[in-house]
Design a protein around this ligand. Structure first.
Ligand code: IGP
Length: 260
């Protein structure tokens, strides 16, 4: 398990001449008993990594689609602990690496050490905590490092070159390159210089660079993926699953680079 499992998946994708495709889902949307089935569906669709969101009452970076999914999951009484325990119960039945995405508050409540231990028991490869800046990551990172679980860092459009260097230096798992200024959710277009920005991060980063926020089609995934190592798709996947259209997810995943 651990981050090595995720790194092995990244290496495989590269060997196959493809780009990394990370799918975000909200744990417990539709009930926690659906989680295994949802993850297996993503695995079958050709997704490389699952980013598993934990519902939270005050999701400051989430757009409307993910906020609604979070409300549905909270109504099912889903918590960080119940998600990690559910994941632990079927970890041997899934082969796709899982990254947990949670705000800092639920981790504080549980305690950073207990959180890391439970992630390890659940076979988690990485953790994303969007409201913890790099300067404050140490107390989360240390217990996770002991279990060889990656703590993922963000680069934003407004990051200076100096900031990018600091961020990629010692980065683990992958770099989450945010493609827009704002919250999550589908967008129709991106800034004209986004490809240059992604390519610049990629030349500096020792780990794969994945572009996320506003990616909702295979074409966008291909275009952005051409300048980095792949993409992260959230709101579109959450909507398809909620509408019972999970079988369409595979249509979002690009095939071999250059082959349509
Ligand atoms: O939904 P989008 O626009 O496809 O973006 C991915 C995003 O949803 C997912 O990675 C995510 C969900 N909540 C977050 C909070 C912060 C950063 C990232 C996220």
């Amino acid at each position: 398990m651990t981050k090595h499992k995720m790194n092995a998946s990244f290496a495989r994708v590269k060997e196959e001449g493809k780009k990394i495709f990370t799918a975000y889902i909200m744990a417990g949307d539709g009930g926690l008993h659906k989680l295994k089935e949802m993850i297996l569906l993503l695995e079958d669709a050709g997704v490389t990594v699952v980013e598993l969101g934990i519902p939270f009452s005050d999701p400051v970076a989430d757009g409307p689609v993910i906020q609604e999914a979070g409300k549905r999951a909270l109504a099912e009484k889903v918590t960080l602990t119940s998600v990690l325990e559910e994941l632990a119960s079927f970890k041997n039945d899934i082969s796709i690496p899982v990254v947990i995405m949670t705000y800092a508050n639920p981790v504080f409540k549980l305690g950073a050490q207990t959180f890391a231990d439970k992630c390890a028991e659940a076979g988690v490869s990485g953790v994303i905590i969007p409201d913890v800046p790099m300067e404050e990551e140490a107390e989360f990172k240390e217990p996770l490092s002991k279990h060889e679980i990656a703590l993922i860092r963000f680069v934003t459009l407004t990051s200076s070159d100096e900031r990018i260097e600091e961020t990629v230096n010692g980065a683990e798992g992958f770099i989450y390159a945010v493609t827009v200024n704002g919250i999550t959710g589908a967008r129709t277009g991106f800034a004209g210089d986004l490809s240059d920005h992604l390519a610049r991060i990629k030349t500096k980063s020792p780990v794969p660079v994945l572009a996320g926020f506003g990616v909702s089609s295979k074409e966008q995934a291909e275009t952005l993926g051409a300048s980095c190592d792949g993409v992260i798709v959230g709101s579109k996947i959450v909507s398809l699953l909620h509408e019972g259209r999970g079988h369409e997810i595979k249509e979002l995943v690009p095939g071999k680079v250059g082959v349509k």
